[in-house]
Write a protein that binds this ligand. Structure first.
Ligand code: AMP
Ligand code: MG
Length: 319
């Protein structure tokens, strides 16, 4: 990708939505804030623009992208929304929850978005700027996290510029993201619900609203970056469940395990999720080459945090 000037503008600036939409219509990429992490958006109907996402991120082509929609009505133009999916959408949208649903045969979505799958992942983001941008565009955007594939996810506009500056023309700055980790992904096949990626909306939350159990993903062969073992990786090696730092380690604290860099000194799991990637970046910036992370309880939102940490700590031999 040729080096270009990367412009950063505030989401609250006059005309920001129009400028972002113009970029999307003309086939260019725009990094946008969402409540989870920053997304790298392309017009989902534009095959060439979607290919650019893979190129710019260095993302393997067999890993499907999530489409972001402005509402349920837009969703129904692209996927088969059954009663169970509707219930989930009514309860959790807009919000950090993605549904994988059967793609309609006449849906104008290039195969590059779905990596040839017959299903499509859809989500309605909470951040006003991005939802209104999609509404103005009139159809979905494809938007994975706005970072080089496999690296730490971006929760601030500066993180996006650090990873993708010079490779994309426009970044919309909406401040630090609220949720801080990627959306929960639920596969819906009839009434069978499968947790494809944990997030801050838990499997129990979904069951409470639908009455249906949520199965764990048994098939580890699904090929998608968030599901590869090494992902969300800082430059430093990562050791988990550490009660204190060993020589040369930078400690990330939580609750009782105190440290200069802390996910949540009060032990609040939602706060820890919000701070997770910024803490990993801050620890990486210490350049000690090793990061140790305090234990995070394995319940509620802790399941999603431990999922990201496990991948951050995984061996990097797959590049
Ligand atoms: P990202 O956009 O980087 O947060 O990652 C998107 C994730 O969505 C991928 O890693 C997959 O796990 C998941 N995904 C997207 N589309 C599908 C699909 N059609 N079927 C199953 N999982 C999907
Ligand atoms: Mg990602």
């Amino acid at each position: 990708v040729a080096t270009m000037n990367t412009q950063v503008i505030s989401a609250h600036e006059d005309g920001a939505i129009a400028q972002a939409v113009e970029h999307l219509i003309s086939g260019q990429l725009v990094a946008v804030p969402t409540e989870t992490v920053y997304g790298l958006a392309a017009n989902a109907a534009d095959d060439i623009a979607v290919q650019q996402i893979y190129t710019v991120k260095g993302r393997p082509s067999h890993n499907p992208l999530i489409c972001h929609v402005s509402d349920a009505a837009m969703t129904e133009r692209y996927v088969d929304v059954n009663e169970t999916a509707l219930k989930i959408m009514a309860a959790f949208w807009p919000g950090p929850l993605t549904l994988v649903l059967p793609k309609l045969q006449n849906a104008n979505i290039p195969t590059t978005v779905t990596a040839n799958l017959k299903t499509l992942a859809v989500r309605c983001p909470q951040t006003d700027f991005t939802r209104q941008m999609i509404e103005t565009l009139g159809h979905p955007i494809a938007a994975p996290s706005a970072n080089p594939s496999g690296k730490l996810s971006p929760t601030r506009a500066t993180d996006v510029v650090e990873g993708l500056g010079g490779k994309i023309p426009l970044v919309i700055d909406g401040g630090a993201t609220d949720v801080g980790i990627e959306s929960t992904i639920i596969g819906v096949q009839g009434n069978k619900l499968t947790l494809l990626r944990p997030g801050t909306i838990t499997a129990d939350d979904i069951t409470e609203h639908t009455g249906f159990p949520v199965f764990d993903r048994a098939d580890e062969t699904i090929t998608a970056p968030g599901q590869l073992l090494s992902h969300y990786a800082p430059d430093a090696a990562v050791r988990l469940n550490a009660s204190k730092a060993n020589d040369s380690e930078t400690l990330i604290g939580f609750g009782n395990v105190a440290a200069a860099i802390n996910l949540s000194s009060s032990g609040d799991l939602n706060e820890a999720a919000k701070n997770l990637f910024a803490c990993l970046r801050a620890a990486d910036a210490k350049n000690t080459g090793r990061i140790a992370v305090a234990p995070i309880p394995m319940h509620g939102v802790g399941i999603a945090i431990n999922d990201r940490l496990k991948r951050a700590a995984a061996p990097r031999d797959n590049g």
